[in-house]
Design a protein around this ligand. Structure first.
Ligand code: ATP
Ligand code: MG
Ligand code: MG
Ligand code: MG
Length: 586
């Protein structure tokens, strides 16, 4: 294919965009690949779109290769399924919510677990239908607090998201491994220097999550690795740290029912950390202590409950346990809640799983919490979370504690030993390119996705979800390959493999250039032919900004039967015979 630069819809810019924080952003805009429509929202111009499509193609091929099937969901979605799973609220400000003319609530999908779960529920009913993996390459919306670095963190962006459905853990593990291998191939084909790091496993014990990070100084994620092959997101290091405090030698307790009908299996840990309180008034103490309870829900899942106590008080485990006995009344009433809080002598509030937000401001919301098992899923209580002057703001399960032990939340430092004993850790930064996750039954349970098993018994399906940042990948590759002159694409992703420059005014130069372009194109190469009546300086500069991997210059040397071949990435130049030009480029 040949495109002529004289008519291609592109203009290179001399100045950096004002908001450019990283080189990839600067060059993608200046080279005419993308244009900003609004903060974190970009339009794709012909050159950018070609790269995007090449990334999509690689992703698609690798997903198809593991037997995943492509579907496509709308971005505009109904509220109800997200309400069912609690995410309508949990997402907080990240979610774009809107109303239609009948005042019905809608959202712009940030990710599609709910919709895929419901689709499979609609159509499938037997273990014989499983396993199945479905995927889409689709536009996502997240109202990011800080859209940044162009395509790297957009508010509208393109993600490949896939979802696996299996009857049992062994099946899930297999689907997960298939995706993991597909992701390795994808990121290799994209030419990214990447690491696979363990990420926070999140709510469910035993569930597994890994991130694919492109190593990049401008990345927002910090990870650690050891020479011995250990690699983890810093959050996960805390999760996996062997120095995790052991379960406290608190007395084993009889199982006690919790307000949402779970049982307290025991005190997980009494944190020996007294946290200063700015406001003495509400507890009458200067500090606050935490007690974490391990709660086993009726369905067997383990959760944790944090209760804050005035720090000057002896922690009386028996008294606390008694305080947590269920209210007799059903449902749990406002009075019950007050009594509960009073008895504990502390302050309890639910926070979102990522620990950044308190869910609900009033006690009534908390009561819903205590009685609504859906909301409780993936959600934990922390003390004083809505009081910045207290502590445990941002309690995160997995990071701050696991169902089996409490983890020291201290920062990981360079030189710390790797948890698996594989040597000292070094810190580095990366861009999250992909995230694979064993979800387990969270969504299937919330939305009732069950199938009949071999014995005719209804069982809940277990799921995985797997994301690749497709538009982010365009920027990440640009970031890894660009230099101080502009973009520099690898052959696999370049909009055109060859940029052919005709320099000078001689008509024969343009004729010869056109002929070479035709031949290259016939050999299957995509050629961007700079046929403009511009100075060689402009053409060279543009070719450097635009970043095609091979540059062929047809100009002065033509009289001696020579053209010049340049390699964009290395800057290497050599004169070659016109007759050899096509063979050399190939
Ligand atoms: P991040 O930590 O960078 O915010 P995330 O963990 O919120 O990402 P996931 O929910 O795991 O993202 O989504 C899967 C993939 O989608 C990510 O690995 C990333 O490549 C991509 N992605 C997420 N948010 C954005 C965004 N705002 N802009 C572009 N790509 C994104
Ligand atoms: Mg995010
Ligand atoms: Mg992340
Ligand atoms: Mg992620």
């Amino acid at each position: 294919m040949i495109s002529k630069l004289s008519t291609l819809f592109v203009r290179t810019l001399r100045d950096d965009p004002a908001d450019a924080e990283v080189p990839s952003h600067r060059w993608l805009v200046r080279a005419g690949y993308i244009r900003r429509a609004a903060p974190g929202i970009y339009s794709w111009l012909p050159l950018g779109l070609k790269v995007l499509q090449k990334v999509e193609r690689i992703v698609r091929e690798e997903m198809d290769a593991i037997g995943a099937q492509e579907v496509s969901f709308p971005a505009l979605l109904p509220r109800e399924p997200y309400e069912e799973t609690g995410r309508w609220n949990e997402y907080g400000d990240l979610l774009f919510r809107l109303k239609d003319r009948r005042q019905a609530d809608l959202l712009l999908g940030p990710t599609h677990e709910e919709m895929f779960t419901l689709l499979v529920k609609d159509l499938y009913s037997s273990y014989k239908d499983l396993p199945i993996s479905l995927y889409q390459i689709q536009t996502k919306y997240r109202d990011e607090a800080r859209p940044r670095a162009g395509l790297l963190r957009g508010r509208e962006f393109i993600m490949k998201d896939s979802y696996s459905f299996d009857i049992d853990e062994a099946g899930l593990e297999q689907s997960y491994q298939l995706h993991r291998q597909a992701y390795q191939r994808i990121f290799e084909r994209l030419g990214l220097d990447y690491v696979i790091v363990s990420a926070m496993a999140g709510a469910m014990g035993g569930s597994r999550s890994e991130e694919f990070l492109a190593v990049a100084d401008n990345g927002e994620d910090t990870f650690v690795r050891s020479a011995g092959g250990y690699a983890a997101n810093v959050e996960a290091v805390r999760f996996a740290a062997p120095e995790a405090l052991p379960i406290a030698d608190a007395p084993a307790m009889a199982e006690v029912a919790t307000p949402n009908a779970g049982t307290i299996a025991g005190v997980v840990e009494i944190l020996n950390r007294d946290v200063p309180l700015a406001d003495r008034a509400w507890t009458g103490a200067d500090t606050l202590k935490n007690v974490l309870f391990k709660v086993t829900e009726p369905d067997g899942r383990v959760r944790a409950l944090a209760v804050g106590l005035p720090g000057d008080r002896e922690v009386d485990v028996k008294r606390l346990t008694a305080a947590l006995e269920p209210a007799e009344a059903e449902p749990f009433t406002a009075d019950d809640f007050a009594a509960y809080s009073d008895l504990v002598g502390g302050y309890i509030s639910p926070v979102s799983l990522d620990g950044t937000r308190v869910l609900g401001k009033e006690s009534t919301t908390r009561i819903e919490y205590l009685t609504d098992p859906r909301v409780a899923e993936g959600t934990y209580w922390a003390t004083g979370a809505n009081r910045p002057d207290t502590h445990l703001t941002g309690v995160t399960v997995g990071r701050d504690f696991t169902p089996d032990g409490v983890i020291d939340v201290a920062e990981v430092r360079e030189g710390d030993p790797a948890p698996d004993g594989s040597g000292p850790l070094t810190l580095a930064r990366g861009i999250e390119m992909g995230h694979i996750f064993q979800l387990g039954r969270k969504y299937a349970e919330a939305l009732g996705l069950k199938v009949l098993d071999r014995n005719g018994k209804l069982v809940t399906v277990t799921m995985g979800s797997y994301g690749v940042g497709v538009s982010r990948a365009v920027a990440a590759v640009a970031e890894a390959t660009c230099d101080d002159k502009g973009l520099s694409w690898p052959l696999a992703l370049a909009p055109y493999q060859v940029q052919l420059l005709a320099t000078g005014k001689d008509a024969s130069v343009f004729e010869e250039a056109e002929r070479i372009a035709g031949e290259l194109s016939q050999q299957g190469l995509d050629v961007l032919y700079d046929d403009r009546k511009a100075s060689p300086g402009v053409k060279f500069a543009d070719s450097e900004i635009m970043g095609m991997p091979l540059i062929v210059v047809v100009g002065r040397g033509l009289a001696d039967g020579k053209v010049e071949l340049r390699i964009r990435s290395t800057g290497e130049k050599r004169e070659i015979a016109v007759a050899d030009a096509v063979a050399e480029v190939l």
